[in-house]
Structures are given as structure tokens and as C-alpha cells.
Ligand binder design. Structure first.
Ligand code: HPA
Length: 272
């Protein structure tokens, strides 16, 4: 077993001990979406700091807490807040919770993030379902990982499951929320994009840009999990438009109730 898989196994063992059970769905939520966990029954909270291999987040507004509970018989682990590459962590650190959940039996990964819109017609506060992504971080959580005697060559032909995407659209329509769909470009950050980078990303076919998610999705696919990704479009890039962390947090908070309702509805449908 390689170092990162051994670290994930240690995280999974500690998580299993703390939960006393396995996991069906991992939900990784951007900050401000902690309300999703309120729909869980018999919920328990645990700080990620009790788990080996999970670094503490250094970003204001990104507290990292786990809540575990049930929707019907579905065992759901929610992670509010996450660590990012730009904090100086490795790809394997960033994805360790995904690896651990997979080792505890998770079959589905639901991931949300904040992203900058690249489509001029979009508005801050829009919500996008990820159809695909561009991993432009220059790294992978699978760096140096050996499984079954070799490197992990993961099929990425359908990174985001088409049935889960259709489900997201159905639930959104039922709750009166209109959803965008598009391609998320995952960059290292933490600088926001220059006008030339925005132009490049549009040329590459990206409709939104952010600093998370893509590595977690690579890790999830490497374990065979079905993935659904949702972006809150917190800002839209345009000529002379500045991007600030405060705006990202503010718009994220404004849309949090809608995204929370959407994620909760999706989970209820998966559980049904
Ligand atoms: N760029 C990168 N990450 C982001 C952005 C952005 O414009 N908005 C929210 N997260």
C-alpha cells in the first residue's frame, strides 16, 4: 500500500470507530451550507481534527466539521468546509475524506463549491450542475499511488453521473430553482483569474472556475463512486470586474438556503 492509501486507511479506521457504522453517501459542502445536515436524523457531529490525516482548514469561513446521520436508511456523512491545495496541502491530503468514505462503503459523492462564472449572461447567485471539468491544478491525488500492482488509470469519460444530473434538474424544477449546467475549471488559486486567464478558460470550454472539487472527483472516480457536483456562481468575470473573497462569501451565503434545499431534496430522492 502506498503512503497516501495507508493514510486514508488510518482515517477510515478512525472514522469507522467514531461513527460505529459505514457510509453510503459523502456530501462535501462549501462553507455556509451546514444546514444540509439539519435534515439528517440521529445526527452526530465530530470535528475533523479528531481524525488522523485530515488537516485543519486555514481559510476564514471554511470551518471543517463532519455531521453523520440518516435520511431513511441512507447513511449520510456531510463534511462542511474542506482543505485546498492553495493552503499548501497535497492532492492526497485534499481528497483523504473522499478516500476514507469510499473505504467505508460510500457509493455516491455529492460535492458543492463556490465558483466564478465565465458566461457573461450568468448572474451571481446562479447555481450550476457540473457536466464535466478541466483539472488545471497541475496535480492529482493519484500521484505515486499504486493499487493492484500499478498506477491508477481512472476512466473519466463520465466524471459526473448523468442520472444524478437529471435528478438534480428534476428536484430543482420541483423546488422552483432554475439550474445552469456547464464545465468547471479547477485551478490552484489562490489568486483569482487575470483577464487573459478568463479568456483562455472560455476558449477551453469552461463555464465556471474555482479552486476545489476536481481532485476530489478524480479520487471519487478512482474508487468507482457516482458523483454529482453543484457550483454556486458567486461572481461573474467580465471587463474590469473585480473579484473579492468577501463577495464570494456574501453571495454564497445569500444562495445557501436554495442550495441547501436542493441538496436535501436530492438526498431524499436517493434515499427513497
Ligand atoms: N475564481 C476562482 N475561484 C472562485 C471564484 C473565481 O472567480 N469565485 C469563487 N471561487
Amino acid at each position: 500500500m502506498t503512503t497516501s492509501d495507508a493514510a486514508a486507511a488510518a482515517t477510515a479506521a478512525a472514522l469507522h470507530h467514531a461513527l460505529g457504522d459505514e457510509v453510503d453517501v459523502l456530501v462535501t459542502l462549501g462553507s455556509g451550507l451546514s444546514g444540509v445536515a439539519d435534515v439528517l436524523t440521529d445526527a452526530v457531529s465530530l470535528p475533523t481534527t479528531i481524525l488522523p490525516g485530515i488537516p485543519a482548514s486555514t481559510v476564514p469561513g471554511h470551518t471543517s466539521t463532519l455531521r453523520y446521520g440518516r435520511i431513511g436508511s441512507l447513511r449520510v456523512l456531510t463534511q462542511v468546509g474542506r482543505v485546498h491545495l492553495y493552503e499548501g496541502h497535497t492532492g492526497a491530503d485534499v481528497t483523504r475524506m473522499v478516500d476514507a468514505a469510499a473505504l467505508l462503503g460510500a457509493h455516491t459523492f455529492l460535492v458543492t463549491n463556490a465558483a466564478g462564472g465565465l458566461e457573461p449572461s450568468w448572474t451571481p447567485g446562479d447555481v450550476m450542475v457540473l457536466r464535466d471539468h478541466l483539472n488545471l491544478t497541475g496535480t492529482t491525488p493519484l500521484l505515486g499511488v499504486v493499487r493492484d500492482g500499478g498506477p491508477v488509470f481512472v476512466d473519466m469519460a463520465e466524471p459526473y453521473d448523468h442520472e444524478l444530473r437529471a435528478l438534480a434538474h428534476r428536484v430543482a424544477a420541483d423546488t422552483g430553482l432554475s439550474l445552469r449546467e456547464g464545465v468547471y475549471a479547477g485551478l490552484l488559486g489562490p489568486a483569482y483569474e487575470t483577464p487573459a486567464e478568463v479568456a483562455m478558460l472560455r476558449t477551453l470550454g469552461a463555464t465556471a472556475v474555482g479552486m476545489s472539487t476536481v481532485l476530489e472527483v478524480v479520487a471519487a472516480r478512482s474508487h468507482g463512486l457516482d458523483v454529482l457536483g453543484l457550483s454556486t456562481i458567486t461572481n461573474v468575470h467580465g471587463d474590469g470586474v473585480e473579484t473579492t473573497h468577501a463577495e464570494v462569501i456574501e453571495v454564497g451565503a445569500r444562495v445557501a438556503a436554495d442550495v441547501t434545499r436542493l441538496v436535501a431534496g436530492i438526498l431524499r430522492d436517493i434515499a427513497a
